[in-house]
Design a protein around this ligand. Structure first.
Ligand SMILES: [Zn+2]
Ligand SMILES: [Zn+2]
Length: 349
């Protein structure tokens, strides 16, 4: 089969690989589609510390089961599934605190196990046994279902930020995750959702999302946010832009007692911020992080997507067959769209 294989930082090639073998304790899937993640773009540029080459990458997938190991219970051939792709150890201090997404010993499909930019994917026995495989309801389309993993990361972040119905939520950075954050905040009952983006064509793509106020980031964002929030500032700001200036500015965009979530990570060695500690102190701000997600978040994401409350069609802007994988990566790198979905098994138009 043809697969997108990571060989070294910046070097991903489409090569022939043997199909994964069925075993008594695994599942094999025909991959229906798999979205390109920011992590894949990192692999295509600077690499990733945890990815062991050579590796088939791709972890935001939905697939149809073609083989169920004799020792596997609860699944049938023909069912569609996605997966919480982080396999936690279950024993470290973080797993024991219920923070499996921070597990120090975790393995991941698409980084340490072969992933889904290939027509056939093997779900490793540990993933099957630990409840990481999640069924897709009939009502949920393939392409929307492959957003479950990125959406799950947004769910983890908004849980930590404590978003409540009626909140005014500001998303800074209108890439695919920013768009999903905006959709999620609406679904969680936010009264007003604003998103800041600097460049086209993302500005125009974001304007298609319903009930999301798109703010042009090249203008005076502080003034605009104040005007939209009775001069108070947003209840919560979620920074999805992997750059210093928006992370530093965010504390000035939230109200007293507000929350800033640093959702996007900055590159290693360039992650120091200059923050006005008086603003944090006197305005009682909370600055929180968020990284990855747990299986419970992926389950919630599937439910939310199936409920139709997330505009998946508005978030997916590009589709390519696997043979045009590198074009998909270029679209992401050049910020020409929002989410890019790859179809490894069948043609897509
Ligand atoms: Zn991802
Ligand atoms: Zn652990």
């Amino acid at each position: 089969m043809q697969a997108a294989v990571y060989f070294a930082p910046g070097n991903i090639e489409l090569v022939e690989r043997p199909e994964p073998a069925p075993t008594d304790d695994n599942l094999l899937l025909d991959v229906l589609c798999c979205a390109i993640c920011g992590t894949d773009v990192k692999l295509a540029t600077i690499g990733h510390a945890r990815c062991k080459a050579p590796r088939v990458i791709g972890h935001e997938f939905v697939g149809r089961i073609r083989h169920v190991g004799a020792a596997v219970n609860g699944f049938r051939a023909g069912e569609r599934v996605t997966m919480a792709t982080t396999l936690t150890c279950g024993a470290c201090p973080w797993c024991r605190r219920g923070l499996g997404n921070l597990c120090a010993e975790c393995e991941s499909v698409g980084l340490t196990y072969d992933g889904a930019f290939a027509p056939v994917l093997a779900i490793p026995p540990a993933g099957v046994a630990r409840g990481n495989v999640i069924k897709i309801p009939d009502a949920l389309a393939d392409e929307a279902a492959c957003l479950a993993e990125p959406l799950s990361c947004a769910i983890n972040a908004q849980e930590i930020a404590g978003i409540r119905p009626g909140d005014r939520v500001l998303v800074v950075g209108g890439g695919p995750l920013g768009a999903l954050h905006a959709e999620l905040a609406k679904a969680l009952g936010a009264a007003r959702v604003m998103i800041v983006q600097r460049s086209e064509p993302r500005l125009s793509l974001l304007r298609r999302l319903k009930d999301v106020l798109v703010i042009d980031g090249t203008q005076d964002v502080l003034k605009r946010v104040q005007a939209e929030t009775d001069g108070l500032g947003a209840d919560v700001a979620i920074v999805c832009a992997p750059e210093r200036p928006p992370q530093e500015q965010a504390i000035h965009l939230v109200r007293k007692g507000g929350v800033v979530s640093l959702f996007a990570s900055l590159p290693q060695g360039a992650s120091d911020l200059r923050l006005d500690s008086r603003a944090i102190h006197y305005r009682e701000l909370r600055l929180v992080g968020a990284s990855d997600s747990r299986a419970e978040h992926v389950r919630k994401a599937v439910e939310l997507l199936a409920s139709g409350r997330i505009d998946a069609a508005g978030v997916v802007t590009h589709r390519f067959p696997l043979s045009r994988f590198h074009e998909g990566i270029e679209v992401m790198k050049k910020k020409q769209g929002l989410k890019v979905v790859i179809y490894p098994g069948k043609r897509c138009d």
